[in-house]
Design a protein around this ligand. Structure first.
Ligand SMILES: Nc1ncnc2c1ncn2[C@@H]1O[C@H](COP(=O)(O)OP(=O)(O)OP(=O)(O)O)[C@@H](O)[C@H]1O
Length: 295
């Protein structure tokens, strides 16, 4: 199964251009969609999930025309939205059973087996009798993925699932995602660069509604490899460095700014060459987009 998005555009009635001519081919496996707040990730996810219409463009999932055959899409779709409501006083087991019924799993024994297996898989088995209202953020997200996985979907969309999770719960959630399988399309939308580096063989960076990079993390990093330099500096020197160089990022390390810059030509002096990272590409592309420079 392959998801092909072509020339997708969307402008909201208030004039915000959330998607601008987005074209992406998403193969089986984990695909990371990386972008800052407001980049258009949720708009794209909701459009693929048949919850809203674009102004123009097309989406094809295998032989399904996503924008025209919504029912067919919904049968093979598992969607974990950024925010979802639950019935707080109901136990995870009862609620998952209810959602399984909605998903069309009518046979009682089959439904029980599906619910049990998903509660095990998401590590919620021991907490299955607890009301979901008492679940922690991480447990809620794992419950959300259990719901999304009902009915063995072929296309799984998870929209910013790790935002707000502590590191242990985040790792647990990412492990769970990576076990889902290679024969389904999994789209992980996130603003956390490490989520993508650690997990996704394919990815895209989206900024201001446009795809600004796509490929494997290694390909994407390859575009700036050998062009990243770093230096330790003083806070007072930062403004001048920004004027003289294309600064990718500056971080305080033990109180001292460490600055990473992009340069097409070798620079020396106070700078040392640095190993390019996905985070460098991300900040570099966002900065260029914000300045209106083509990458
Ligand atoms: N229903 C809407 N009406 C008007 N503007 C909207 C609507 N939904 C989103 N937007 C705007 O469209 C742009 C893209 O929003 P979207 O939620 O798709 O981005 P995102 O990358 O998912 O960001 P976030 O991480 O903040 O959710 C933003 O500027 C947002 O304010």
């Amino acid at each position: 199964m392959e998801l092909r998005i072509q020339n997708l555009s969307k402008t909201y009635p208030n004039g915000v251009r959330a998607l601008r001519d987005v074209t992406l081919t998403i193969p089986n496996g984990m695909f990371g969609l990386l972008g800052p707040n407001g980049a258009g990730k949720s708009t794209l996810m909701r459009t693929i999930a048949t919850l809203q219409e674009p102004d123009s463009g097309s989406i094809q999932l295998g032989d399904i025309d996503v924008l025209r055959e919504k029912e067919r899409v919904r049968r093979v779709l598992g969607y974990l939205p950024q925010e979802f409501g639950l019935y707080p006083s109901v136990s995870a087991e009862a609620l998952l059973d209810y959602f399984a019924g909605l998903k069309g799993i009518r046979d009682g024994a089959e439904r029980k087996a599906a619910v049990e297996s998903l509660l095990q898989q998401t590590n919620l088995w021991d907490a299955r009798k607890k009301a979901v209202g008492g679940y922690s953020g991480g447990m809620r997200q794992r419950f959300g993925i259990a719901v999304a996985l009902l009915g063995s979907p072929q296309l799984i969309i998870v929209d910013e699932p790790t935002a707000g999770l502590d590191p242990t719960e985040r790792n647990r959630f990412l492990d769970l995602l990576s076990e889902i399988g290679e024969n389904v399309v999994v789209i992980l939308s996130t603003h956390i660069v490490e989520d993508v580096t650690e997990l996704c063989p394919h990815m895209a960076i989206i900024a201001q509604g446009e795809v600004v990079a796509t490929g494997s993390p290694n390909d994407v990093i390859g575009e700036i490899r050998g062009k990243v330099y770093r230096t330790k500096t003083e806070k007072a020197a930062l403004a001048q460095l920004r004027e003289q160089h294309e600064v990718i990022s500056s971080k305080l390390v033990a109180g001292q700014p460490v600055v990473r810059v992009f340069s097409e030509t070798p620079i020396n002096g106070i700078f040392q060459p640095a190993e390019a990272t996905l985070e460098d590409v991300y900040f570099h592309r966002l900065a260029r987009k914000a300045k209106g420079v083509e990458a």
